[in-house]
Design a protein around this ligand. Structure first.
Ligand code: ADP
Ligand code: MG
Length: 698
């Protein structure tokens, strides 16, 4: 056994403690295994040599073979540089370094044949390559087939001379140490069925491809591995959970649920809501612990489904809590629930970061005694000081904003595992859902409450503002309310707030007889709330805001959403914002205001928004346009799914196959005890021992 995951990379020739520390800090590479699975991000064809005579400024990266004639240090201060005259027999050019002079001079000698690689530039009438890669001829022969791997490195790494080339050398040393002796991690039958090459061959060729064909095969093999073991882990953990943990049995439907349903429900549930409530009831009444993801587009009525589920918990003598990602949203849920439950004997409380000490001091003991039955809140709910008497159901709203670890803290608040309902309005493409929530049962609300008119979405360039203001005037006059949203991009906050504030002043001038209010993330929670309150009560007609209102805010009378600089928002964010209107019976509008200058991709985004209201279509389009890594929500949550090689936007079919096979394997051999499956069990242990806890809760 090589035990790659137990060997510290520090002991690899060429690393040592100092570099080891940097690799760990910058790339999270600690073991041989970590290093081996640090894949190149691209490959460069270096089979062709160019000559100095044919050099041309427009060339991309090229390589030359020749010798250094002289070294000269030129210039002063920032322009100080080391210049080596390089000749390949057809002419001379310069190699230039602006830093690391000593290192270069120690390493490179005149009169030795090197292979030089870099991007040519013209300075005056002379060609040069700045900070070239320089290798001995023998060194570069490590690479047959001419495909050279390139590894991402960070600024700090570059400063300490751990560049792509150094990583390449480390990979070479590591593969040399392994000598193709790593044990196979997939059963023969699976490899044959999918048509996969052997693991050692794949590893060799992902770092040092012998041909483009073998590179493709290596990629297929490693993508499959990645997806397959993720699915296997998820499905196996879900099975295990069912075996091991008894769920809290909600055996009865009692007075809370029935009274509410019969006398308080202000409208008929939609068919989809009824179906989902039934799925949840069945789950919670099964004796198994529920882990359910509820997907439903914005405005589809998830809150009510959540409330009905909580009443079931109450009927069975348990408490319930609902966790929201922002204070605005938690407040709003709180108000909504109080409204819904008016006249019923249910004690609901709110706990957020801005609840005062004194209030907390009253609230926490009441919660611990079980007097508070429903607790609504933000992250504050997961603090250690928050204890329940008997927590039976946890609802997490807009789940993509919650990290797995945060959820796991909630989880530990009870001896028996509470039921978990995760609600998300961000439609998640199938491949992503399979990867992130593969072990959750999924319910979908695919129907909006009746009487809603589809929102009309328009795209307008900035030069038609006068028209826009006329439109706003008209809508306000007939009693509607308007949102105006400004972008807020990280790192650019100052400017963005200026935009918002300038907009605020402009609107106050433009609409003197109406009330304009403003919210943004920099306000104190109390002020934010007060402004929101002015808008939701109808006192203010126009609300100017940053994206703080993106999630979940509900003002049914607001029927116009104006998005300024719409080109600066992502698709799913635009869709979330649009979802703030169209909540009442009136015709609603979403107006995307943008400048003329749009990239092709941005234009496409806006076109999609105009073309469809369907969140799932938008999510799929988003995934295609931007790729998985950028998908909103996944990036924010730091969701522990860190795919190194597979791509959810393009590898959907492979993912499905991996999932099917994983599920077949587990159906035959749930504990992976069969000799031919023992390698799978071992691999799971290697990959997921550290993460086993989150596997249980996500
Ligand atoms: P979301 O799924 O985005 O969280 P909400 O739960 O906020 O949606 O519901 C949006 C609006 O629709 C709320 O005003 C809610 O009261 C209303 N609503 C929910 N269900 C129904 C229904 N069956 N019929 C009519 N209105 C409904
Ligand atoms: Mg909601």
């Amino acid at each position: 056994m090589l035990e790659l995951e137990k060997r510290s990379v520090v002991y690899l020739p060429g690393v040592g403690p100092k570099r080891g520390e940097i690799l760990k800090k910058e790339l999270g590479i600690q073991s041989y295994h970590d290093l081996l699975y640090y894949f190149p991000y691209r490959y460069m064809d270096r089979s062709r040599f160019y000559s100095v005579r044919e050099m041309d400024e427009d060339m991309p990266y090229i390589q030359l073979k020749g010798q250094i004639l002289t070294f000269n240090e030129l210039g002063e201060g920032r322009a100080k540089r080391l210049v080596a005259t390089f000749s390949d027999g057809t002419g001379t050019m310069d190699l230039v370094w602006f830093k690391g002079h000593k290192f270069v001079k120690d390493k490179l000698k005149t009169g030795i044949t090197y292979i030089v690689f870099g991007k040519p530039a013209l300075f005056g009438s002379r060609y040069n390559i700045a900070h070239p890669e320089v290798d001995l001829v023998e060194q570069s022969e490590q690479i047959s087939g001419g495909l050279v791997p390139y590894y991402n490195t960070t600024e700090l790494m570059k400063r300490t001379f751990i560049n792509s080339r150094v990583i390449q050398n480390l990979q070479f040393a590591l593969l040399d140490w392994i000598q193709g002796k790593r044990e196979e991690i997939l059963p023969e039958a699976i490899k044959q069925r999918v048509g996969l090459i052997e693991i050692n061959e794949a590893m060799q060729n992902i770092h040092f491809p012998q041909s483009t064909d073998l590179l493709k095969k290596a990629q297929l093999r490693l993508k499959f591995d990645e997806l397959f073991f993720l699915q296997l882990n998820m499905l196996k953990t879900a099975k295990l959970r069912q075996y091991k943990y008894q769920g809290i049995l909600f055996a009865r439907v009692g007075d809370y649920f029935n009274t509410f349903y019969k006398t308080k429900l202000p409208f008929e549930l939609t068919g989809a809501q009824k179906r989902v409530v039934k799925e949840i009831r069945t789950d919670m009444g099964s004796g198994r612990q529920m882990n359910r993801l509820l997907q439903g587009d914005v405005g589809s009525g998830k809150t009510l489904v959540g409330l009905l589920s909580m009443l079931l918990a109450l009927d069975n003598g348990y408490q319930a809590c609902m966790m929201a990602p922002t204070e605005i949203l938690a407040n709003q849920h709180y108000i909504t629930l109080l409204e819904f439950l008016k006249g019923m004997d249910v004690r609901v409380a709110l706990l957020t970061g801005s609840i005062k000490k004194k209030q907390r001091a009253e609230l926490l003991p009441a919660l611990e005694k079980g007097e508070i039955q429903i607790l609504i809140g933000t992250h504050a709910l997961i603090e250690n000081s928050v204890n329940f008497a008997s927590l039976g159901l946890v609802i997490i709203d807009e789940q993509h904003r919650f990290g797995v670890e945060q959820r796991s803290k909630l989880w530990n608040k009870n001896k028996l595992l509470p039921h978990i309902l995760v609600m998300t309005a961000t439609p998640i493409p199938r491949t992503l859902a399979m990867t992130l929530y593969g072990d959750l049962d999924v319910s979908v609300i695919d129907e909006l409450p009746p009487g809603r008119k589809p929102i009309k979405t328009l795209h307008r360039y900035d030069n038609r503002k006068a028209e826009l203001y006329d439109f706003i005037r008209k809508e306000v006059k007939i009693g509607r309310q308007i949102y105006v949203v400004y972008p807020l991009i990280e790192g650019n906050e100052k400017l963005d707030y200026k935009d918002l504030e300038a907009g605020f002043e402009l609107y106050q001038e433009l609409f003197p007889s109406y009330t304009v209010c403003m919210v943004h993330g920099k306000m104190k929670p109390k002020d934010k709330e007060a402004q929101m309150q002015r808008f939701s009560s109808g006192e203010a007609q126009i609300l100017m805001a940053t994206t703080v209102i993106e999630v979940g805010v509900n003002v049914p009378n607001a029927s116009v959403m104006i998005i300024e600089s719409a080109e600066r928002f992502g698709l799913s964010q635009l869709h979330q914002l649009r979802g703030r209107v169209g909540r009442g019976a009136d015709q609603s509008y979403c107006i995307l205001s943008s400048s003329f200058k749009l990239s092709a991709e941005t234009r496409k985004r806006l076109e999609i928004m105009v073309a469809t209201n369907d969140g799932f279509q938008i999510a799929e389009a988003d995934l295609k346009l931007r790729g998985y890594g950028d998908l909103e929500g996944t990036r924010q949550s730091g969701e522990g799914i860190d795919l190194k090689i597979a791509n959810l936007a393009t590898d959907g079919q492979l993912l499905q196959l991996a999932r099917d096979i994983a599920s077949e394997v587990l159906a035959m051999d749930p504990m992976l005890e069969h000799p031919s499956n023992r390698c799978l069990q071992q691999r799971l242990a290697q990959l997921f021992t550290k993460k086993i806890n989150w596997g249980m809760i996500s």
